[in-house]
Design a protein around this ligand. Sequence first.
Ligand code: BG6
Length: 484
Amino acid sequence: PESGCLSIIVLGASGDLAKKKTFPALFNLYRQGFLQSNEVHIFGYARTRITDDELRDRIRGHLLHGKGASSENSEDVSKFLQLIKYVAGSYDAEEGFRLLDKEISEHEVSKNSKEGSSRRLFYLALPPSVYPSVCQMIKTCCMNKSDLGGWTRIVVEKPFGKDLDSAEELSTHIGELFDEPQIYRIDHYLGKELVQNLLVLRFANRFFLPLWNRDNIDNIQIVFREDFGTEGRGGYFDEYGIIRDIIQNHLLQVLCLVAMEKPVSLKPEHIRDEKVKVLQSVLPIDAEEVVLGQYEGYIDDPTVPDNSNTPTFATVILRIHNERWEGVPFILKAGKALNSRKAEIRVQFKDVPGDIFKCKKQGRNEFVIRLQPSEAMYMKLTVKKPGLDMSTIQSELDLSYGQRYQEVTIPEAYERLILDTIRGDQQHFVRRDELKAAWEIFTPLLHRIDDGEMKPLPYKSGSRGPVEADSLLEKAGYVQTHGY
Ligand code: BG6
């Protein structure tokens, strides 16, 4: 592992993302010994004029109540908070960034290590509108200058652009300032335990290898549901909608890992090469295979315009034009204010040919990977009903992580991904060409929605979403199974 001083700079330090995700993830890394006090310093940067202690007070509560936290942590919390310093400044003027650079350099001089190098990690927990200026400022004022080596890296959050053109413009701008190995485009779904498990599952198990194709699989669903609405984020959400917020990034990334070919090796570039190929094989979306919805009450949010056409629910069918997947619908579904909170992948197999048990009505074999809550994988299969009867029932082979791996606390996605950025591992980050291919798939549909050519159907808060989505699913070949 690299040694030397590490400065982690959280830009947008007083915002929601930083408080709820970035700082708690850093704290968990600290608690587990991945961030050593004698090497690390954390800087918060934002426009608000507050003191170091005021920032610490804002963060403290989130650390004490985060995942894996307990009252025993309070001493750790205090020590961790002491590592944080705050610098106030604007996002588009050099003055603040010069001050930030001075603070970082002073820290480097004090901690360094004549022998060590300096590492600077800039985490942009910011609205995308300021990315261009912030990246420019970092480049002008804050790059690592140590002769002893080290690096400067930046982490950017989605939304990365609003459509193909705006994303490309942003990519070009950032690409002129930083090299691709310095840019970490974060998609936190790639940090989830069961998403990271997908490649292992597919390529380390003989069970799946011969079955994972159009000959055996009828359809695949990738589903995201939330049982709450936009909750104070209406202003942001209305500009983006569910497709940009969830489907074009989180669900599409999952699709890549479910559908891609075996990479040459586990090297990040090999994996990402295969993901890009899948994305490039996706056919243009057919508007007939899309259902949009908006929950009733969405426009009551004062930050949402009364005539908003923004979907809070969407089911979109993608079709992959290649030898493995021709004819298999990939049904991506995401919705806010639904009846449950769940993210899962459902792989539904075809009917058994020449069925002698007449068990077709009970349902098909289905392999379900539940990403959250309560990580699990289960296979729905037909077995003989135990007892004297020679009839069949649907049952499950079930691997629930909570039961099987009781001693393990599953890390938060952000924790894992931040550690990767420090280690320089880009495997779980989105490469520029991947991002472009992802926008190519969705941009025509998004433009039609933005232009009001396609309208969301109303659905009740707390429901399953518009019934039309269920009909689309059935039309695509999905068969509802019973017994689970
Ligand atoms: C974010 C979206 O990227 O993911 C939010 O902007 C959404 O709208 C969140 O609530 C869901 O993340 P998770 O990890 O809770 O599924």
